[in-house]
Design a binder for this molecule. Structure first.
Ligand code: UD1
Length: 319
């Protein structure tokens, strides 16, 4: 099978590409390297086709999608605070970029587009866990863009018969998540703070919770979503089904690292939701999704990965 992975040089993208290659598929990666890195593909570089380009350029998207059967659309601006600071940029990449991917997929008659949606579409729902039947009420521009991506996918299904599945990721973490941007995911930041003996920064009281999900689980969901029958037009939560507070994460990292490091508490961040936890029964039932790696094990593996790769470039500020 031939797959196009947009954002395939990024964190979740490159982990997905590794697995596709391991299974013997033919893979094209489209990535503008704005946050992804060619290094993430180093081990399989000669087994894939890499195209450096942006999803905002439909000609490039068409070229990359040539003869693809499945499209895993993971290219995006991924940060909530970045979208609060610059909603136009996030809109351009996440909405216009997604529209280009869908238009090209319709023209080129791909079998199915799997879209990296986000739990941030829910916003502050009054009850937990979050179920797909709840009305999304995003509270950040980022959440809006991810929700619109789902709606566009479903609408392309209705208008043009394009098969589509949206996966609402719940805080994916693991090897290759970039720790060096001010907009990086919290676990990447916390792991490297513990390794570098610097104080992790906590926005708020640290009692906010997330359903932290090890990347291998997300990769499993991505691959299942391509071929699962009766899944087209649907939205699925991809998490583990647990919720862990940032303070618990810090305690766990203390155990894993054997270090006592005090965190620095800062005011809460705009656009942040308080709690997040997935109900994954729909994904279990319809996709056969069954997360294999629990939080503690995933965190231990992730910490070990950062420890082993500590020679990486020093932190840089984002434009
Ligand atoms: C994350 C993802 C987003 C995804 C969503 C749902 C990232 C960068 N964002 O958003 O793409 O769609 O989950 O899966 O991966 N925090 C700190 N200190 C830090 C950094 C963050 O306390 O140094 C706090 C934040 O204020 C927030 C929590 O940690 O309360 C999680 O933040 P973050 O890792 O940025 O993830 P989300 O905003 O939940």
């Amino acid at each position: 099978m031939r797959y196009l992975v947009t954002g395939g040089a990024g964190f979740i993208g490159s982990n997905t590409v590794d697995e596709l290659v391991r299974r013997g598929h033919s893979v094209v990666v489209l990535d503008d390297l704005s946050s992804g890195k060619e290094d993430n593909l180093a081990e399989i570089r000669n087994k894939i086709t890499f195209i450096k380009g942006s999803i905002t350029d439909i000609e490039v998207v068409r070229k990359a999608m040539h003869e693809a059967e499945y499209v895993l659309h993971l290219g995006a601006r991924t940060s909530v605070p970045r979208s609060v600071k610059d909603p136009i940029d996030t809109n351009k990449i996440n909405i216009e970029g997604t529209l280009n991917v869908l238009v090209a997929a319709k023209e080129l008659k791909v079998k199915r587009v799997v879209f990296a949606a986000s739990s941030s579409a829910y916003g502050e729902t009054p009850t937990l866990p979050k179920v797909e039947t709840m009305q999304p009420q995003p509270i950040s521009p980022y959440g809006v863009t991810k929700y619109v991506g789902e709606l566009y996918g479903q609408t392309f299904g209705r208008c043009y018969g394009l098969e589509n599945v949206s996966l609402r990721y719940f805080n994916i973490f693991g090897p290759r998540q970039d720790p060096s941007s001010p907009y990086s995911g919290v676990l990447a930041k916390f792991c490297t703070a513990f390794l570098e003996d610097t104080k992790p920064m906590v926005f708020g009281d640290g009692e906010q919770t997330r359903d932290f999900t090890y990347v291998e689980n997300a990769v499993q969901a991505n691959l299942l979503a391509c071929e699962a029958p009766n899944a087209s037009g649907k939205v699925f939560n991809v998490g583990v089904g647990e919720r862990i507070s940032l303070n618990e994460v810090l305690r766990e990292l203390g155990k894993i690292s054997g270090k006592r490091i005090e965190a620095k508490y800062e005011p809460p961040r705009d656009g942040d939701i308080r709690d997040s936890q997935a109900d994954i029964s729909q994904a279990r039932e319809c996709l056969d999704y069954d997360p294999q790696v629990r939080f503690e094990e995933g965190l231990a593996r992730t910490f070990e990965w950062y420890r082993a790769t500590q020679t990486r470039a020093p932190a840089k500020a984002e434009k």
